[in-house]
Design a protein around this ligand. Structure first.
Ligand SMILES: N[C@@H](CCC(=O)N[C@@H](CS)C(=O)NCC(=O)O)C(=O)O
Length: 211
């Protein structure tokens, strides 16, 4: 398998975590987002959305969208599971993951911040403030969703899609200067996850393309 990603891409980090949890090896194929390599015609032929990650299987099939790929991984390599067993808990874990992947992350994505600079004339301070505020608002909702969850992890005694989305989003939160101390339940889940090699060994700064 070949993983098209970028060291700082939180969506690609989700997949690195999922692959590591499942014990699956892959070849790294970084695309430098700030140099625009996600828009190279050869890459667009693989993923017309011009986004990372994409996972190319050994038969050439290309999978896109991190959560769809993680669900595919769960279906094809069920052990260890990355979703709770009970249907209701699975729905809650998926909802938490989607709260990050659909409602927070897209608003601070490279191309959205680029449009704020190029079309709305935002300077760097204002761009970073925008990113920080959408992450902080989203994390406040996630903290409320998670507040009454017992234990270390959010949905049971092992990490699920929830932590797989949460930990990389914390990376973005800190990068944009969000005061993460406001989110104690989320921090607890992050700490539990980062104690595991699948989370800490796949961190952006440890990637071959890290700068
Ligand atoms: N919903 C997509 C999001 C993918 C995504 O937004 N990736 C970012 C990096 S984290 C990207 O490729 N951005 C490039 C750009 O905006 O041009 C997924 O979960 O895979």
């Amino acid at each position: 398998m070949r993983l098209y990603g970028y060291f700082r891409s939180s969506a690609a980090w989700r997949l690195r975590i999922g692959l590591a949890l499942k014990g699956l090896a892959y070849e790294n194929a970084p695309r430098h987002l700030r140099k625009g390599e996600q828009r190279d015609p050869a890459y667009l032929a693989l993923n017309p959305q011009g986004l990372v990650p994409a996972l190319q299987l050994d038969d050439g099939t290309v999978l896109t969208q991190s959560l769809a790929i993680l669900e595919w991984l769960e279906e094809t390599h069920p052990a260890p599971p990355i979703l709770p067993r009970a249907p209701l808990e699975r729905a809650h874990a998926r909802a938490f993951a989607l709260a990050i992947a659909c409602e927070i992350h897209p608003l601070q994505n490279t191309r959205v911040l680029g449009r704020l600079r190029d079309e709305a004339g935002y300077d760097e301070t204002r761009v970073n403030a925008w990113a920080a505020s959408v992450i902080a608002d989203g994390f406040a909702a996630c903290e409320a969703l998670a507040a009454k969850r017992p234990g270390e992890f959010l949905f049971g005694d092992a990490p699920t899609l929830a932590e797989i989305c949460l930990v990389p989003q914390f990376g973005n939160a800190r990068r944009f200067g969000v005061d993460v101390s406001r989110f104690p339940r989320l921090l607890k889940a992050e700490a539990a996850a980062l104690a595991l090699p699948a989370f800490c060994d796949t961190a952006p700064q440890l990637q071959p393309d890290a700068e």
